[in-house]
Design a binder for this molecule. Structure first.
Ligand code: PHE
Length: 460
């Protein structure tokens, strides 16, 4: 196994897996989803989804990876035969497609960071039109996205320990410090407490099936579940590690960062009397406007915020790139450096239609019509490979464990490195959730989502 590499120890794995989990999903997507779904009510359902679905699915994925010490395809094939190998292929394909759009959005964050430190946003008055122009201006974004992918590729090419683990161990603590500093500042703003109240005091009447559906999708997105990212990272941990406690720490870290991102953003939004339901533009339109009103502190706070966003995105893009890379290194025995270069370039090219779909090229910007609106390529890729694909991947993984790998073997893997696991409450909990609750719930949600998204049939 020496040539595959491995995480040096438990902390290395946790830093990398938490790095994968903490990303744009926490700082960009979670606040706008919360803002569109009534604030605290969404937060509550989200937390329930993390405990009842997210954490058990994460344990499932890591255990499959650790047991086989193989890439997503190899792992499912080894345990389930050629047919189940397809689930691994689906994960790898999802990672490639997902990364192709994720990297475009990371490019936006990178662009904002560079513009703020270059003083280029100092005279901007209307941040709404700045954002619209910015995401349509591909002459610029092309290089920011390419740059982001190049940094990702550089880290991944250095391997599991020297690249991914080292980067995560630096970026994650830095991210925490910036986040806490920014929250401290945000709380000093006038009316900050209105934002805190919106965020923490739930209006239970706001909860609908849509809240549950959005919270579930957000949990998968944020925990990096459903596309074998954690099968891949799990394949690099040693048999002495305790999977359950590692997964618990990753889940807690991810939830904490999303929670803190809300504590940072809502007080800022409410201090200016602005609306939290701005959608994907929330951190790119509303926040820069707020930074601009902060006088001398503005550019500093703004630069820190976008640097934070870039750091978070980077530890996620490296985990996404690692999924196809591990596959090609394991199965085809290609050299890591060549594979990384080739894959990164390919993913970047696949992302170009998405990049062009934000106003630059009409054809890509209004590509299809469903869910009552025209959809850009970028939205379609996220719809298929995130909103629909990730919970589907999670659902199929639970079916795989129950019907093919079997609970007994799953339990045995978890008991390795965790002597008190057998017979514990945790064992009963995970077995119950993965055998009954998760497949039933994810199966129903999948059907409802397909009907609503693509056939306009809605039960809620
Ligand atoms: N979890 C990452 C985020 O929150 C995104 C991601 C999804 C990364 C799936 C890897 C795999 O931004």
């Amino acid at each position: 196994m020496a040539s595959r590499g491995n995480f040096s120890n438990r902390i290395g794995f946790i830093a990398a897996a938490a790095g994968s989990a903490v990303g744009l999903g926490n700082i960009w997507r979670f606040p706008y989803e919360t803002g569109e779904n009534g604030g605290a009510a969404f937060l509550l359902i989200y937390l329930i989804c993390m405990v009842l679905i997210g954490f058990p699915v994460m344990v499932g994925e890591i255990s499959i990876g650790r047991h086989t010490q193989l890439n997503a395809f190899g792992a499912y094939k080894k345990l389930g035969g050629q047919k189940w190998g397809l689930l691994g292929y689906w994960g790898i394909l999802s990672a490639i497609m997902f990364l192709s759009v994720y990297n475009v959005i990371a490019g936006w964050a990178f662009a904002y960071f560079i513009q703020i430190i270059g003083g280029l946003l100092a005279h901007t008055k209307d941040f709404g039109s700045h954002f619209t122009n910015q995401i349509a201006d591909v002459s610029d974004l092309f290089f920011y996205s390419l740059g982001f992918m190049a940094i990702t590729a550089f880290i991944v090419s250095r391997g599991i320990q020297k690249g991914i683990e080292t980067a995560s161990k630096v970026l994650m603590p830095a991210l925490f410090i910036m986040l806490l500093g920014l929250i401290g500042y945000s709380f000093t703003l006038p009316n900050a407490m209105d934002g805190v109240q919106y965020y923490l005091v739930p209006e239970l009447s706001e909860i609908t099936v849509k809240t549950v559906y959005d919270a579930l999708g957000q949990a998968f997105f944020s925990l990096s579940l459903g596309m074998a990212a954690l099968v891949t990272y799990g394949s690099y941990i040693s048999k002495n590690e305790n999977i359950v406690s590692s997964a618990a720490l990753v889940t807690i870290t991810d939830t904490a960062v999303a929670f803190l991102a809300g504590l940072l953003i809502f007080p800022m939004v409410f201090s200016q009397g602005l609306s939290p339901s701005e959608g994907p533009g929330l951190v790119f339109v509303v926040l820069p406007g707020i930074f601009a009103s902060l006088g001398l502190m503005g550019p500093i706070i703004g630069a820190l915020f976008f640097l934070l966003l870039c750091f978070a995105a980077l530890t996620s893009t490296i985990s996404l790139l690692e999924i196809p890379v591990t596959f090609l290194v394991d199965e085809k025995k290609f050299s890591r450096t060549k594979v990384v270069l080739g894959t990164a370039l390919l993913v970047f090219l696949i992302g170009i239609p998405s990049m062009l779909s934000q106003g630059a090229v009409d054809f890509f910007s209004n590509f299809l019509f469903y869910e009552g609106k025209t959809k850009a390529v970028l939205d379609i890729v996220f719809d298929i490979f995130s909103d629909v694909g990730l919970p589907l991947g999670g659902f199929l993984m639970t079916i795989f464990i129950i019907s093919k790998w079997k609970m007994k073997n799953f339990n045995q893997e978890l008991a390795t490195g965790n002597p008190t696991y057998m017979g514990s409450f945790m064992q009963k909990y995970l077995n119950f959730i993965l055998t009954y609750f998760a497949p039933a719930f994810l199966g129903i949600m999948f059907v409802l989502t397909i009907l609503k998204k693509f056939f306009d049939i809605s039960f809620f």
